[in-house]
Write a protein that binds this ligand. Structure first.
Ligand SMILES: Nc1ncnc2c1ncn2[C@@H]1O[C@H](COP(=O)(O)OP(=O)(O)OP(=O)(O)O)[C@@H](O)[C@H]1O
Length: 290
């Protein structure tokens, strides 16, 4: 993290209320321009809402949200965004390359006819994630992990300086989770950009992240794993007594007998996202970045 440069993200006394509930309450924090931040917290803690605030899609009721030194605004080209559980059904017939290209501004719908400069932008993003060969095949022929790689390429179009990835590990098995985390870490280092990577589980991110941002109960705790992942801080964020147990380099966040992160996979409607390979359920449908 370069201390002299403009922070990638700054929140100053930010309060966000949705549906009559405080999602963030007077939160202040600063994230450096080359940091990989794991964003964690129970269901409904506000991980997606924070990303939407950075995208200028949710306005705080008070406080300032600043991205790369400017107030958060819609359509900021410096931000790359990968929304949660995005359905690719409408794109399955497209070649990978055309799918990535469909994310170029003005070509979201229908097959893109791009000028050479824009074609170059698409090819660069695909190269960045090592998907040049993959991109020749239709999405319908690709595995979940391979599609995820192309979605990442789409989020990298135009080389953003801040990358927001909303639960990219959902529905991937542990091997593909590792592949995605390592890929994002590698791209983030090569480009020197900031990444917010939200997840339900801490362990897959442990080796990759510089700091962790844990949300809960309207509060936010940002710091190293040791500073944040401890009983005192997490009890405040969960609003109940939390114990942190470390076994063989893995960390478990426990409330009594319950593993809180495992329980967090169970959404209110009973869907288990950790093992849900059906992409049809999208709790954020209709309220995501266009
Ligand atoms: N447009 C909205 N109107 C009212 N309430 C909303 C709206 N958007 C989100 N919420 C509520 O705000 C809370 C925070 O939602 P958010 O999606 O940010 O949580 P999250 O941490 O991403 O959760 P998850 O881990 O389940 O994805 C939830 O209780 C959600 O139901």
């Amino acid at each position: 993290m370069a201390s002299t440069s403009i922070p990638a993200i700054e929140l100053e006394q930010v309060t966000i209320a949705l549906g009559g509930r405080f999602i963030l309450s007077d939160v202040s924090l600063s994230i450096g321009d080359g940091e990989f931040i794991g964003v964690l917290g129970p269901n409904g803690a506000g991980k997606t809402t924070l990303m939407r605030a950075l995208l200028g899609l949710v306005r705080p009721s008070s406080g300032q949200v600043t991205v790369l030194g400017e107030q958060a605004v819609r359509g900021n080209p410096a931000i790359g965004y990968m929304p949660q559980l995005r359905s690719l059904a409408p794109h399955l017939a497209l070649r990978g390359w055309d799918f990535v290209a469909s994310g170029v501004d003005g070509h979201r719908w229908g097959l893109p006819l791009l000028n050479p400069a824009r074609r170059q932008v698409v090819s660069e993003a695909i190269e960045l994630v090592g998907a040049t060969n993959l991109a020749q095949r239709p999405l319908s022929d690709l595995s979940g992990g391979e599609r995820q790689r192309l979605m990442l390429a789409q989020a990298l179009l135009g080389r953003p300086k801040l990358l927001l990835l909303d639960e990219p590990l959902i529905s991937l098995d542990p091997h593909h989770q590792r592949v995605v985390v390592e890929l994002v870490r590698d791209v983030q280092r090569r480009l020197g950009i900031a990444v917010l990577f939200s997840a339900h589980e801490l362990n897959p991110l442990l080796a990759a992240m510089d700091r962790v941002l844990y949300l809960g109960n309207g509060h936010a705790a940002l710091g190293t794993v040791d500073q944040v992942i401890n009983g005192q801080v997490l009890s405040r964020l969960y609003g109940s007594n939390i114990e942190v147990i470390r076994i063989n380099e893995r960390i478990f966040v426990m409330s009594g007998e319950h593993d809180m992160e495992r329980d967090a996979h169970m959404h209110e409607n009973g869907h288990n996202h950790g093992h849900d390979h059906a992409h049809s359920h999208d709790p954020h449908n209709g309220r995501r970045h266009a």
